[in-house]
Design a protein around this ligand. Structure first.
Ligand SMILES: *Cc1c(COP(=O)(O)O)cnc(C)c1O
Length: 480
């Protein structure tokens, strides 16, 4: 299996070559040359593997799906990596991603049982093991530099803690994360995890990461890398749980299901698109956004319009507060019949000049719904509160704010003959302020998180200064 760039760069690369990379050299995103096809016989076999008792289950399914895309890791090693990643010990349940039935034909798929209680663990935990494996094989090291306002940073730290050859330098805006999120990250005592609290806002942190990453000499000398959501391995890991959700909601491979996905950077739902292109019987992929409705606007009108930071709202589903959807280029590449010259003209030229492009008048736009199964909807703070309350009153279940956006929008797209699976992307304890607003009570706290706010903290506070951050990295590069 070889990978290409959505913007037409002539190079073709193998999985482990793009594993540690971000963008392709021409600024495009990596995609496989073609999507491996899962025919009826193979779908039956994958179902048997997933349901297959002691030697089966989620890890075995992950191995089967990943093998279709990874041919430069020996099968025995890839099996070991999957077995080590998707365990009951890490996810608290042997099912790893159990379905919770709300009512007939309406389910939540629980993706938030990992160490940081958000779905990003599903991919990041695998990435940690893949990075350690590949770096050891090459005899190399990597310093991951990132900026976070919460979920991504903690998922990355819990995935990379204690890993050989990897250090994490994670910038966060001082005093701006919730006490729970701060405690999650800052209580990690691992030598290879460096929390840096910047005097500034999230954008200042992100600007520092960009500035350092753009200094190519420094980047090369200190082996700076990232783990952001455009990483192909992260997306690939997410494809697996679409299969797992399908097998749990159906008893026969002739049935179809639909998924609703709370969306920001279009990473999670893009994995659903990949699963559907492989032949998984998905009827509809419902994209649910919050007030930051870049994607809902596109699927309704064909206009893709990047927002200025002043037009990007801080909402109560903060992990979906995006100004542009970084993975969206992958879908548009497929929508345009893989015409990389057009993708380059839209994402490389029109977006940087005008901040928007429009496909509404193009005949291919209709295919987003008719051929690729995409529809969308939007949810606001008031919708979120009402949905959390309604779900609690009717089913006794407390859902988080992002999942509530998904449930709200899913209800607008129900089809009685097709089961609907809403992806649960976080647990409510991470966003307790809004839960209290909706229900007048605190969400339950999983036992392993009791009292974490009181744990000792390991964090280094710094001004918003690129040179200071670089100095810190240089000083801490040779330990661990
Ligand atoms: C990251 C995140 C999302 C958005 O996922 P994308 O892949 O960026 O679309 C939704 N909900 C939660 C809780 C998240 O952490």
């Amino acid at each position: 299996m070889l990978y290409l760039s959505t913007r037409g760069h002539p190079d073709r690369k193998r999985f482990c070559e793009i594993l540690l990379e971000g963008l392709a050299p021409d600024g495009g995103l990596y995609l496989p040359e073609r999507y491996p096809q899962v025919d009826a016989a193979m779908l039956g076999r994958l179902r048997a593997v997933f349901n297959g008792g002691a030697s089966g289950g989620y890890a075995a399914l992950a191995f089967e799906v990943l093998s279709l895309y990874i041919d430069d890791i020996p099968a025995s090693d890839l099996t070991a990596l999957c077995d080590k990643t998707y365990t009951e010990a890490v996810y608290g349940t042997a099912a790893i991603v159990p379905l919770k039935k709300l009512e007939d034909g309406f389910y939540l798929e629980a993706l938030s049982n990992g160490p940081t209680l958000a779905f990003k663990d599903m991919a990041m935990q695998l990435l940690g093991n893949l990075f350690e494996y590949e770096l050891a094989r090459r005899g190399e090291e990597l310093n991951i530099l990132g900026a976070t306002s919460g979920d991504t940073g903690s998922a990355a730290e819990y995935a990379m803690r204690g890993k050989q050859g990897v250090r994490v330098f994670m910038l966060s805006p001082h005093g701006r994360m919730s006490p729970f999120q701060q405690a999650q990250m800052f209580s990690l005592m691992d030598e290879n995890i460096h929390n840096i609290a910047i005097d500034g806002v999230f954008d200042d942190c992100q600007d520092i990461v960009k500035a350092v990453s753009n200094e190519l000499t420094f980047k090369r000398q200190y082996k700076i890398g990232t783990v952001n959501s455009i990483n192909w391995a992260r997306l690939l890991a997410q494809v697996v749980y679409y299969f797992a959700g399908y097998f749990q909601a159906t008893s026969s491979d002739s049935q179809k299901v639909s998924f609703t996905v709370p969306s920001g950077n279009f990473g999670n739902v893009c994995a659903g698109h990949v699963a559907r292109q492989m032949g998984l019987p998905i009827q509809t992929l419902v994209v649910a956004t919050n007030e930051n409705d870049v994607l809902d606007e596109f699927f309704r009108t064909g206009v893709y319009r990047v927002r200025a930071s002043t037009d990007t709202y801080e909402t109560s589903s903060p992990s979906m507060d995006i100004s542009k959807a970084s993975n969206f280029e992958r879908f548009v590449f497929d929508l345009l019949g893989r015409d990389s010259a057009r993708v380059k003209a839209l994402f490389g030229v029109a977006l940087s000049r005008e901040g928007r492009f429009e496909l509404g008048a193009d005949p291919v736009f209709a295919e987003a719904a008719s051929h690729y199964g995409f529809v969308s909807g939007k949810s606001t703070h008031a919708d979120r509160l009402a949905t959390i309350k309604d779900t609690f009153e009717r089913f006794g279940l407390v859902i988080d704010t992002h999942t509530a956006d998904g449930v709200k929008v899913a209800r607008e797209h129900l089809d009685k003959s097709v089961p609907m699976i809403v992806l649960e992307t976080a647990l409510p304890i991470k966003f307790s302020e809004t839960i209290v607003e909706a229900l007048g009570r605190q969400p339950d706290r999983p036992p392993q998180f009791q009292g974490i706010e009181a744990l000792p903290k390991r964090v280094h506070r710094m001004p918003a200064d690129v040179e200071a951050v670089k100095r810190y990295i240089v000083q801490h590069c040779s330990d661990a």
